[in-house]
Design a protein around this ligand. Structure first.
Ligand SMILES: [Zn+2]
Length: 416
């Protein structure tokens, strides 16, 4: 054997061993990479499963509370048509408190639920990102293997294999690699799409969470007001039925007086201001205080004085001393400053409209003034025992009436 031939044989043997081991190392590396991420993703899957179970529990509890809420509301329906006794009214007020407490609990559960959903989406994103990373690594390995094999010409590869069948096995191996790589690439596309969708869900949930938190705050205020409402009646009536009936009559008188006053004033002033009012073309209303929860609706069926008069307005939640603006331009018909009794401001508008702002604690206008829409006319009130609140206000709010041709109409139909 010549030296040259020996050397060539040695090089070929070396190349053969090197190539085989490289292919082996690469494919083992892919396998071990995959094993590691399989474990990591398995942990994430368990976490996701547990979170989703918790979400389901919360949803079930919300459903139970919704059923309870229906029962409360049915009870109010039954009670409100019964005789107006103090006990009956206190029952209604108590159930109204239950309704709000129930709504608060549901909101709290929904907040927890959304927080869990956010966690769920974040974990799913992490899982997909890990899958993409893994796929990227695999593709890299595949390319490296194929590149190495591609560097050899068929004769070389044939020489590197023990037999013809090994050679064909190697071709099969490369074909299989290509097929595997395509599969990984396809999955990569799907994983990227899933991430996109999860991120969208995440954004939506974060917005939902913000709204729920706002809603929760509102309901807390609502609960406080409802409790104050009940306490007001307990304090005013000292738990005596006759005192309750007395209060109802006093309130009835106060309300009738105010209504009669408003109706006659409106008639008189509209006639007087006819020419001026006609200069105003359309009458479009804006909210007299910042748009907020309506705490007593127009003709509210659970209104405590419903037997004597229906609630001819909407009560808009407004903190004590919130600036009140003219809902539309017009002339001040009346500024009633009644001391500790019920105070109000009346504005006469064109097209047969007038508006009343009740329980005012302060006024900045006087009878006959012209006011532009949006102009501040006074401050809201309603806190029991404060100027302008009157006998039947149980908490800070604006009592807002709209009259059309002498009749009260539902303000929500006219407000934006
Ligand atoms: Zn009211």
């Amino acid at each position: 054997m010549s030296k040259q031939f020996k050397f060539s044989l040695f090089v070929l043997c070396f190349l053969f061993l090197f190539l085989r081991s490289t292919v082996f190392v690469f494919s083992e590396k892919i396998k071990s990479n995959n094993k590691l991420s399989v474990i990591q993703n398995k942990n994430k899957n368990i976490e996701i499963f547990e979170i989703e179970k918790e979400i389901k529990d919360k949803m079930e509890r919300i459903k139970e509370l919704e059923k309870q809420d229906e029962i409360y509301k049915r009870n109010i329906e039954i009670k409100k048509v019964q005789q107006m006794t103090l006990n009956n009214e206190l029952d209604i007020l108590g159930t109204k408190i239950d309704v709000v407490s129930n709504a608060i609990e549901r909101t709290e559960l929904k907040i927890k639920q959304v927080n869990l959903e956010i966690q769920d989406a974040e974990l799913k994103i992490l899982r997909q990102e890990a899958r993409i990373e893994e796929a990227k690594e695999n593709v890299g390995e595949f390319i490296r293997i194929i590149y190495h094999l591609d560097q050899k010409n068929p004769l070389e590869i044939l020489l590197l294999n023990n037999s013809i069948s090994d050679y064909f096995n190697q071709i099969k191996f490369v074909k299989n690699l290509e097929y595997q790589m395509q599969k990984v690439l396809d999955k990569l596309q799907i994983d990227r799409q899933i991430i996109k969708e999860e991120k969208k869900i995440l954004e939506e949930q974060e917005l939902k969470l913000e709204n729920l938190k706002k809603d929760h705050k509102e309901k807390q205020i609502d609960l406080e007001e409802q409790e104050e409402n009940k306490n007001f009646f307990l304090k005013e009536t000292k738990n005596s039925e006759s005192k309750f009936q007395e209060l109802l009559l006093a309130v009835k008188k106060e309300q009738e007086q105010a209504n009669a006053e408003i109706i006659s004033l409106e008639k008189e002033l509209r006639e007087k201001l006819k020419k001026e009012l006609e200069k105003e073309k359309e009458t479009i209303f804006i909210w007299p205080v910042p748009k907020n929860t309506i705490t007593a609706e127009f003709n509210d069926p659970t209104y405590i004085f419903r037997k004597y008069f229906s609630h001819n307005a909407i009560d808009i939640r407004a903190g004590q001393s919130t600036p009140i603006v003219a809902a539309a331009s017009g002339y001040i018909g009346k500024v009633k400053n009644a001391g500790m009794k019920y105070s109000y401001i009346l504005i006469i508008h064109n097209n047969g409209f007038s508006t009343v702002y009740g329980h005012t604690s302060k006024s900045y206008v006087k009878d006959g003034d012209y006011v532009n829409q949006g102009q501040i006319i006074g401050l809201s009130g309603g806190m029991p025992g404060t100027p302008g609140a009157g006998r039947y206000s149980t908490g800070p709010h604006l009592h807002f009436e709209i009259h059309l041709n002498g009749n009260v109409v539902n303000p929500t139909k006219y407000l934006p």
